[in-house]
Design a protein around this ligand. Sequence first.
Ligand code: HEM
Length: 429
Amino acid sequence: MGESNSAEAVAIPDFFRDPAVLEDPFSYFAQMRGQCPVAREPHQNSFMVTGYDALTELLNRKGDVFSSCLSVLGPLPPLPFEPEGSDITDQLDSVRDELPWSAHVVCFDGSRHADHRALLTSLLTYKRLKQNEDYLARVADELIDKFIGDGRCNIVPQYGHATTTYAISDLLGIPEADRAVLLEAIGATPSQLDGDAPIKIGADPLIALKPLFDGYLRERIARPTGDLMSELVQARFRDGGEVPFETLSNLARFLFGAGQDTTSHLISMSVRLLGEMPELQQRLREDPGRIATFIEEVLRYDPPVKVAYRLALKDTEVAGVPVPAGSVMTASLVGANRDPAYFEAPDRFDIDRPRLRDHLAFSKGPHGCPGAPLGRMEARIALERLLARTSEFHPAEAHHGREGARHYNFQPTYTFRSLADLHIEFTAK
Ligand code: HEM
């Protein structure tokens, strides 16, 4: 995966390294889509899939042709082998366990993936989420109580991040006393842009949480309670087979990690957009039933996960474009969500648009996000409570500049779209 010296390299920024793309990924994907809905980018040589139909096709393909083995980090670090021939399945199998995140379900393929995913989906039921709803509203109010008297707050750590850590902790059954500690422990996502940082991520980046989570799981094995970790330790594979302890450990930690930053980014981006659109903010206060629709449009317009990745294991094609075995596919969820061939005037934020829920923010196909209902519910409740407890909020000028010339800082990650902070000022009700 070397650097290309083609003329395109001059014109097209490096999606994976250029800090300017963090601020404005939309122009980048529009530029790539201008070439073709499936086109090689010139820096890491991955195929950028930016068209809605092409991306839908890719995400629905099976793992024996498009592997998810590098689903989190994509082309960085490069594969530890030079792909050879028209089928690299055996080459991949020989190094698979060394790849970053390889211990976690999001990177599995085929029946192994389906078996592990089924363990998770059987836990995240509608009934279970409903039980969590009252707790979420209470948490939101408690967090708001802490800053409501100040007339200002930093939404990212004080509201978005805290809401999502407490939400998944409650579902899993993490003791209340440990929740604040975990909130601190998670901290900021490590930079993906700092040179070799992604290369230092091992097969299990969540390993630091292992002693704590293994302790919880052992307690549940000895004395099951009604929480999600208790259900997990009692779960069986679809064929009735027992689930090894290490698998339970990986699943519990992945579940804990997977939904936090993503949902936190969704909450923060929603507050930012409402802060920029006072009329819409008032409309939602008057008609809270539309908050869920507003969230769908945030997910389409500026989703928390910018891209996912797949590795072509065999010579194949996507949207008629030949894709050789060994190609890294950058699945641009942002690009598809702004594809003018699918969404009319895609750069306009419009909660009344048709096909609003067709966005690909949660991906699609075999790896489509099983936590989507929970993420949506957390964001809806967080917004409902914030809107109900304030009569107006807006971005703080001292941090983000005047209206018409605002600026926001994003965390240095090419995979996620994450505001580093969001300072707002508000009038309490
Ligand atoms: C707004 C919030 C969220 C967004 C935008 C989001 C986005 C995504 C995306 C794009 C993927 C697919 C990656 C791929 O195709 O390679 C994914 C997978 C996943 N997500 Fe979410 N997610 C969110 C919330 C959650 C929550 C709350 C949970 C769990 C409690 C969760 C659990 C998972 C799991 C377990 C997977 C792996 C699924 C698989 O590989 O089969 N997510 N998520």
